[in-house]
Design a protein around this ligand. Structure first.
Ligand code: FE2
Length: 170
């Protein structure tokens, strides 16, 4: 399969068809730009069309809820509508810097691993971290936000630092 198979999926029209509110669509466009930037500056081999499609659709579940389960719901929406598995997985694994099975159980998500595995999954989840609404933020901003929300010793903090380093070399 060629990477071109994904280019039909990075249109904001799809989000409109699934009734995403316009602020989600604007956020998703900003995440797509950031993900594209990360992908183009990444030394590993990445499918840019897949990154763009996953970034555009990552919050499709927010058509139904803004809760953390929007990732699971979004993945199900795409799965039910026959979208490629690679995009489904990007959506399912885009929360934070990933969620372990243990953490998922604690917060009431279906118990499985939601850690991003492929470079495309990692790039979309981190692009989303670095976009707040439609604005770009830096790693320090995100760490401060997560420490306030999750506690300063939450395992997500070292996880995002590692992810940022892997993707940007910083
Ligand atoms: Fe999201």
């Amino acid at each position: 399969m060629t990477s071109n198979q994904y280019n039909q999926y990075y249109s904001p029209t799809i989000l409109k068809e699934f009734n995403c509110p316009s602020y989600v669509i604007e956020h998703s466009k900003a995440v797509m730009l950031k993900a594209t930037y990360l992908a183009l500056n990444f030394k590993g081999n990445v499918d840019l069309d897949l990154v763009k499609a996953g970034a555009m659709l990552h919050d499709v579940g927010r058509s139904q809820t803004n809760g953390i389960e929007h990732a699971v719901i979004g993945a199900k929406i795409l799965e039910d509508n026959g979208f490629p598995q690679e995009i489904v997985k990007i959506v399912e694994r885009h929360i934070g810097a990933g969620i372990t099975r243990n953490e998922a159980e604690i917060i009431g998500l279906p118990p499985r691993d939601y850690l991003p595995v492929t470079f495309e999954e990692k790039i979309v989840s981190h692009a989303d971290n670095l976009i707040h609404g439609t604005s770009e933020v830096d790693l320090d901003f995100v760490i401060r936000k997560w420490k306030n929300k999750l506690g300063s010793d939450h395992p997500s903090i070292p996880r995002i630092i590692k992810l940022h380093h892997e993707l940007t070399g910083e």
